[in-house]
Structures are given as structure tokens and as C-alpha cells.
Design a protein around this ligand. Structure first.
Ligand SMILES: NC(=O)c1ccc[n+]([C@@H]2O[C@H](COP(=O)([O-])OP(=O)(O)OC[C@H]3O[C@@H](n4cnc5c(N)ncnc54)[C@H](O)[C@@H]3O)[C@@H](O)[C@H]2O)c1
Length: 356
């Protein structure tokens, strides 16, 4: 079953396509969208290892084709990698009539989109997400970027793609831990929509439907608030904690896994701040357990997490602004909590997920 989600942002609109073997239709899609067939692919080392023939065959129609392979690590998500891509583009005479195609996880998508948004003041970009996390989250909404000076995604732009193409063929090689990381973001959509969203049966059986439902939630939110002035902030549920967990653990925890831990910490914080009842907290924790995500937080130091959250780029005036769950479908934004409750919610989340 194929699904199409149309995203309209200001005067631009594009489609998110979800299906199997979609890459085989890429030639038609390029024609349909009037995209230049001078194609520059930015892809991931592992994706290319598993899907080299599929990619090469699918892009045989290109008038001009160049491919650069990146080792997807946060250390490589920087301006040096961007420069390397600019150099290849210039060296091979790629002009304004070029389509950049990113084929990889969120990391490749963020870098390739940033290059597309800045090369010659912006050229067309097609995103082909190959991780669950990129499919349900990173490929939607137009945020691009790289890390700089040890700060994650501090350099970046908002730039909408011409097309997002989800082809489940790629997911066949995705390691289990990467799949679980994607589920962390799906858990977020459950909290911001309704309790019945992504029930256990769906989690196990139908990844395409899971992507379709999740992508629709994100698309609907970014259409209303592209630049994260208000509503889009709900998508940061669990992320204030998550970014700090990732830093403290030196990125040895996957992003979506850290988000699941962050949503759990946010649930405890809601309870400690008396925003929800004990019964509601238990209901939250039950739903979280069903996702079978097991963050390893034993080396997390509460005070260190707290100071990292204070220095998060989203916090001004030395105040941490939390996004907290009150109920499924009911989230409060910009909440300032007592430090002691924040520290205790981190202790509780460590206890909840237990020792290894
Ligand atoms: N722009 C946004 O809105 C947004 C949202 C969330 C996350 N992000 C960014 O996304 C990045 C994380 O993305 P991610 O979780 O997709 O990780 P990733 O892109 O780093 O990929 C994770 C790992 O999976 C491998 N991989 C990817 N696809 C594969 C496949 N099909 N088969 C086998 N291996 C595969 C990669 O080689 C890598 O080792 C972070 O840098 C984060 O900042 C951006």
C-alpha cells in the first residue's frame, strides 16, 4: 500500500511518499516534479554497502551523476563534511540546475539538506530517509543543520525538500537498535495525539502504516508552525532531557532512545510538579513500557544533566523551559520546574529503566 502526504508550507508544497520499491519510480517522479536530472547524491556508508546496486540502477536515468559517501557519525556532522561536498560540487561543475539527493538517516538528511539550502543560494533537494527515525521525524519539517563547536545542530537553516521518498526496501537492513530509536519518536507522537495511537499490534506488524501515521502527525504540526514559534514546540517533548542524556553519555545512547528516556523523565516531572495524578503517571509509564525501549542511564549524573539542560540553546535567561505531558493529547509548553523536582525526576527515570 502506498501513501502520500501532502505538506503545504507558505507558498511551497511537497509530497511525502511511503511505499515499497518506490526508488524504482524515481525517474518518473523526477519528471513529474520537474526536477533537474543533474543529480548529486549524498549517502551513508552502511546504506551504500547494503543497497549499492539498487541505488545505482535506480539513478541510471540521470544526465549527470555524482555520489559522495559519508560515515554517519555526529563527529562528521560538521562544516568540514559540508565543505567536502561543496568542493565536489564545484570540482564537477554542478550548477544551479542540480538536484541534491540525500539517501540515509537523519544525519545524512540534515547535512545534505543544509548543502542544498546554501549551495548557490539554494538548489532542489530530495530526501530519501533510510532509518525509522528519519522517516517518522527528521525528514519532515525542513530543519537542516550541522554541529559546530561541540553544539549539536547549532548551524542550520529551514529548507523544505522538493520530495520525500520513503522506500521500505531500505529498512530491511536497519539494525534493531536503530529501529528502537525510531520508536522513541513514535512514542512522542502517541503522547501528543492520543493513547490509541500506534498500539502494540501496529508497532510489531506494519512499519509502513506506522511511518504514514507518524509522518502525518509531524506534517500537520509543521504546516501550522514551520519556524517553531509556538505549536511546533510540542515536538520537543522529552527532548530537553534527551539532549542532555545524549551529551552526558557522549552520544553512546541513540537519539530516539534518549527521547523515550526524556519522555519518561518529563512524565515524572509532571507528577512531581503536581500537574498530574499518580494514576495518570502509572498510565503513562504503562504505555512507555509497551514500546520495549531500554535506555541505559546508570552512568548519568543528575547534576551534570541539569547544568547541560541550562546551557541548551533553547533556554534563555538561565531558565529551563520544559515541555510536559498532562494527558495524551495535552501538553504544556515553556514550563519552569523546581530544580529539586528535575533532579528527582532524573533519579526516578534511572530507577524505572533499572540497571543493565
Ligand atoms: N531535521 C530534523 O528535524 C531532525 C529530527 C530528528 C533528528 N535529527 C537528526 O538526525 C540524526 C539522527 O538520525 P538517525 O537516528 O536516522 O541516525 P543516523 O543517520 O546517524 O543513522 C544511524 C545509523 O544507521 C545506519 N543506517 C542508516 N540507514 C540504514 C539502513 N537502511 N540500513 C543499515 N544501516 C543504516 C547509519 O549508517 C548509522 O550508523 C541526528 O543527527 C539528529 O540531529 C534531525
Amino acid at each position: 500500500m502506498e501513501k502520500i502526504i501532502n505538506v503545504k508550507i507558505l507558498n511551497k508544497s511537497y509530497s511525502i511518499l511511503i511505499g515499497k520499491n518506490y526508488l524504482k519510480k524515481i525517474k518518473l517522479l523526477f519528471k513529474d516534479k520537474n526536477l533537474s536530472q543533474n543529480i548529486f547524491i549524498v549517502t551513508d556508508k552502511n546504506v551504500y554497502k547494503y543497497h549499492k546496486d539498487y541505488i545505482n540502477r535506480s539513478f541510471e536515468f540521470a544526465k549527470k551523476l555524482q555520489l559522495v559517501i559519508i560515515d554517519s557519525t555526529e563527529k562528521n556532522k560538521n562544516l568540514m563534511t559540508v565543505e567536502k561536498i561543496y568542493s565536489e560540487l564545484i570540482k564537477n561543475n554542478f550548477g544551479r540546475d542540480t538536484t541534491i539527493v540525500g539517501i540515509g538517516g537523519g544525519l545524512i538528511g540534515d547535512i545534505a539538506a543544509y548543502v542544498a539550502s546554501s549551495y548557490m543560494r539554494g538548489i532542489s533537494f530530495v530526501n530519501i530517509p533510510t532509518t525509522l527515525l528519519a522517516a517518522v521525524d527528521a525528514s519532515i519539517g525542513g530543519k537542516t543543520g550541522v554541529n559546530f563547536s561541540n553544539i549539536k545542530n547549532i548551524i542550520g537553516t529551514f529548507y523544505q525538500p522538493a520530495l520525500v521518498l520513503n522506500d521500505s526496501v531500505f529498512l530491511s537492513s536497519l539494525p534493531e537498535k536503530e529501529y528502537l530509536s525510531g520508536l522513541g519518536e513514535v512514542l512522542k507522537y502517541k503522547f501528543i495525539t492520543h493513547k490509541s495511537f500506534a498500539d502494540s499490534a501496529l508497532l510489531k506488524n506494519n512499519v509502513q502504516e506506522l511511518i504514514g501515521l507518524s509522518a502525518s502527525v509531524k506534517a500537520n504540526i509543521v504546516m501550522l508552525d514551520e519556524k517553531e514559534l509556538s505549536l511546533r514546540k510540542v515536538l520537543n517533548l522529552g527532548h530537553t532531557f534527551a539532549h542532555a542524556f545524549e551529551s552526558v553519555l557522549d552520544f553512546k545512547i541513540k537519539h530516539g532512545v534518549a527521547v523515550a528516556a526524556g519522555i519518561t523523565a518529563a512524565s515524572y516531572l509532571s507528577r512531581l510538579e503536581n500537574l498530574i495524578s499518580e494514576k495518570k503517571l502509572i498510565e503513562f509509564l504503562n504505555e512507555i513500557s509497551k514500546f520495549n525501549i531500554h535506555p541505559q542511564l546508570k552512568n548519568v549524573d543528575e547534576e551534570e544533566v541539569y547544568s547541560l539542560m541550562l546551557s541548551d540553546k533553547k533556554n534563555r535567561d538561565e531558565k529551563i523551559k520544559f515541555v510536559l505531558p498532562i494527558d495524551f493529547g495535552k501538553i504544556i509548553l515553556d514550563y519552569e520546574a523546581a530544580k529539586i523536582n528535575v533532579i528527582n525526576s532524573i533519579k526516578l527515570v534511572k530507577f524505572f529503566f533499572g540497571p543493565v
